[in-house]
Design a protein around this ligand. Sequence first.
Ligand code: APR
Length: 321
Amino acid sequence: MARKKIALIGGGQIGGVLAQLIAQKQLGDVVLFDIVEDLPQGKTLDIAEASRVDGFDVSVTGTNNYKDIEGADFVIITAGLPRKPGMSRDDLLVTNAKIMKTVAENVKQYAPNSTVLVISNPLDAMVTLCQKVTGFPHNRVLGQAGVLDSSRFATFIAWELGVSVKDVNAMVMGGHGDTMVPIVRYANVNGIPAMELLERKYNDKAKAKEVMDAMVNRTKMAGGEVVKLLKTGSAFYSPASSAIAMTEAILFDEKRILPTCAYLNGEFGIKGYYVGVPAVLGSNGVERVLEFALDGEEKAALDNSVKAVQGLVADMERLGF
Ligand code: APR
């Protein structure tokens, strides 16, 4: 079986870590594209020169020419500006929409049969634009946000309860912005509700709720917390790892249930928008959205988040994208 060809559009912080992880895991041959001359060539040379040490023999090359992504099976897009301290993801809309338009046109031309995973922010709007410009079926254009937001939520719960994060399941739905919706009711430690464990820890329901609320808020603001510390860019290790989990699910037809920015056609009462929901990821990309009953509060929070996504998409359309 021929190796998969994986094109990475954007050779910045996330793109570089993606290239290294794909090589180390031998998921396929990597082509790293960036508009900055020599940058993708330099990064991939550096990564390739570790091949003997890491023990991989996939090829890792860099380019400034879109033609080199020709025939890619899988494309991950990180092209675009990251946030600076004080900026929201939405502040990136105009700049990154311009970039996404060009990127998507080239993906359409050179990798017409690929599945495309978008990471650039504002995520929900960028995925929407990418699908619109490529014209690819909705199941082949998806976005990474929920895997990371959920991992952040799970990490905070693990720290708080003093348990291995491997045993924590926590899911975040909705748009990838301040309105995202961590689903507290289903957060659990190996099946045991996280709320119950918190109530037992503090022996006080009000205190447990206060602690959970703080973790929910930290999750929503977690991207900004990293931006504030880094000062010159946004999170890049964790977004790259999260995208790799989604890539593996699709390349290996794993049918994993991952929170995915997926196109909704009536699921959760939402039609015609890309929003974060649990989805089955396999060789056909987003194979199915897993719907489940939300309680009143969760539904209201999700609707509020969808409103924010709709606002962004409307702004983008008003700007001519
Ligand atoms: N085509 C291709 N690449 C581009 C283009 C373009 N038109 N414009 C900019 N780039 C490249 C930049 O040269 C840079 O190398 O995109 C890369 C982005 O890398 P970083 O600035 O390091 O940003 P990164 O941290 O990787 O984040 C990328 O993901 O999480 C989001 O908000 C984040 O939108 C940002 C994106």
